[in-house]
Design a protein around this ligand. Structure first.
Ligand code: BGC
Length: 330
């Protein structure tokens, strides 16, 4: 159960009787790898790098817990209890994934409970990037058989905003140098949230019917990669939220060869799926459309669109996010 060194951070590995292993680092409370046995050998289903520096160089959000508010907050400000809070903008005039150097770039406290569970904890100080706080946030990762359970809890002595998520990227073929075009996904969602050209939601919830956003039956990701629909053009694929129906599991995905299936159950009302359409540069390891996220959360920019949901955490209440990723192989 000893941690190994991971650049300036540590790496912790969980193991289960079913032969699945999953590693995590205290840098960004990040999920680093997810090895599963298949008939053709062991396969790592998520995008992985081997040190904190490598993540910072490639893309700081990969695998991390992002927040306190995941996604884009337009205008980098919000009103709460009659006061306007100005946040640090880190993408144009927006606050993305909590702002610069937020949870994803923090070195969290770590405690490995046993070979199947690890807890990371961090305190975001009051006023950090403009958010009221302090916010005490914990992430518990548990490997139970073939399931990786992510529990995020948070509390603050002040009213504040909380909407964190796991920003892990999957490629069920086990190679993020190859696009996910023929991997298939099913999402229990009748409505999706279209985007403006600056990637913030318009606030509408549109029916998926007769659009490339209809994944009520298994469909390949490629159905949005031809960029015929202007919404796919904005995202160079997908970077959209789906409003989830109550159904268990709400999301399923299958590898190109059909041998690996991922099922996702969550207590969150929506999922954002980003298919890594940009920014792509030749120095990057991961190719365009080389992976997909399953960011379970309340839809982004909810403070501007109250019908998306309530992301206000009342003073001394406890926020609880749970998402369970279960893998089955042939
Ligand atoms: C966002 C993308 C962004 C990416 C960064 C996603 O959650 O929706 O627009 O580029 O995070 O890795």
């Amino acid at each position: 159960m000893d941690a190994t060194s991971f650049g300036k951070a540590q790496l912790y590995t969980l193991t289960s009787d079913s032969g699945v292993t999953a590693s995590f680092t205290n840098f960004g409370a990040r999920w680093v790898d997810f090895w599963v046995p298949t008939s053709t050998g062991r396969r790592n289903l998520i995008v992985s790098y081997d040190s904190d520096e490598a993540y910072q160089k490639e893309d700081a959000y990969i695998g991390a817990i992002v927040g306190p508010v995941a996604g884009r907050l337009s205008g980098a400000s919000f009103d709460l209890n009659g006061r306007t809070y100005q946040l640090t903008a880190n993408e144009g005039n927006k606050n993305l994934h909590g702002g610069p150097d937020s949870l994803h770039n923090a070195y969290w406290e770590a405690e490995q409970l046993d070979e199947t569970a690890i807890v990371f904890a961090y305190e975001l100080s009051d006023g950090y990037n403009g958010y009221p706080g302090p916010l005490f946030i914990q992430v518990l990762y548990r490997l139970v058989g073939n399931s990786l359970c992510v529990d995020i809890t948070a509390t603050s002595p002040q009213d504040t905003l909380v909407n964190p998520t796991s920003h892990v990227y999957f490629n069920l073929d086990g190679d993020y140098r190859q696009p996910i075009n023929q991997q298939q996904i099913r999402i229990s969602a009748d409505f999706y949230a279209p985007l403006r050209s600056d990637n913030t939601p318009t606030g509408q919830l549109l029916p998926v019917e007769n659009t490339p956003f209809d994944f009520r039956e298994f469909r390949p990701f490629s159905q949005g990669f031809d960029l015929v629909d202007p919404q796919n053009q904005i995202a160079k694929g997908y970077d959209h939220g789906w409003h989830l129906s109550q159904y268990d599991p709400q999301i399923e995905a299958i590898s190109s060869d059909g041998s690996v299936k991922l099922s996702v159950t969550t207590n969150q009302p929506a999922v954002i799926i980003y298919t890594y359409g940009w920014p792509i540069s030749p120095e990057r390891d991961i190719v365009s459309h080389g992976a997909f996220t399953l960011e379970t959360q309340t839809l982004p920019d909810a403070m501007c669109h109250p019908h998306f949901g309530d992301i206000v955490l009342k003073a001394n209440d406890t926020f609880h996010h749970q998402t369970v990723f279960t893998v089955t192989t042939d």
